[in-house]
Design a protein around this ligand. Sequence first.
Ligand code: HEM
Length: 216
Amino acid sequence: MTSYLRSWISSVPSLGVTSSLPGAQPAPNIIEVPPTEEDDEDEAATLRGDEEDGHVDDSPSAFPSLDSAQRAGSSKEITSPAIPRILTDSELMPPPPLPGLASRRPGTSSVSSASSSSLLRATKKVALAPGQGVDTLSRIPMSVLRQHNKRDDAWSSFNGKVYNITPYLPYHPGGEKELMRLAGRDGSKLFALTHGWVNIDYMLDECLVGFLVSDS
Ligand code: HEM
């Protein structure tokens, strides 16, 4: 552009811009060689990474790059992952056993007396002796709960469930005396304050007698 203006100005003598100035040198003749279309294409091809013979290399770069720290840290060569084999039925793991409560029906005991004692030993659960458990779960008003406050007939309520705690008294790690404080009462708050992490529903499952309802 500059050279074009210069050549235009010097070619118009009437303007006399250069010649009228004292001591001014005549503008040098600048010859510009416009780039040919061929040169442009060569440059673009170099930027694209084309080969000399016009072949286009579309193969991806190595990832991670060949001299990367990731490769240096790994001793193994990266190979494609093996396709897992589909196992046959006989090779598969057997299904887990049914959960203990799944087969239980309301009002019936799910375990026989023999398996009940082995269960007690294995899991430290407490079960009522045969004949002492209840056949059906009842709605128990607070006034009824209060009557069951003797050592040999102690009921207590926890989170709306009423349990016969008498069979558990000898096993309580905190002692019978502490547990008897709850006899004939709703023990939810005291229990939660003492050891809320203890799973009372699991431990006294077999001692459940019913659900606490309001007196009406
Ligand atoms: C039916 C109701 C209850 C059940 C099923 C029960 C159950 C348990 C269990 C499983 C432990 C051992 C916990 C552990 O080591 O982490 C324990 C400890 C204890 N419980 Fe209870 N508990 C009951 C009610 C109570 C109540 C009402 C109190 C007192 C107000 C009480 C006082 C204690 C104490 C002081 C210990 C610690 C004993 C020790 O480590 O020396 N518990 N109880």
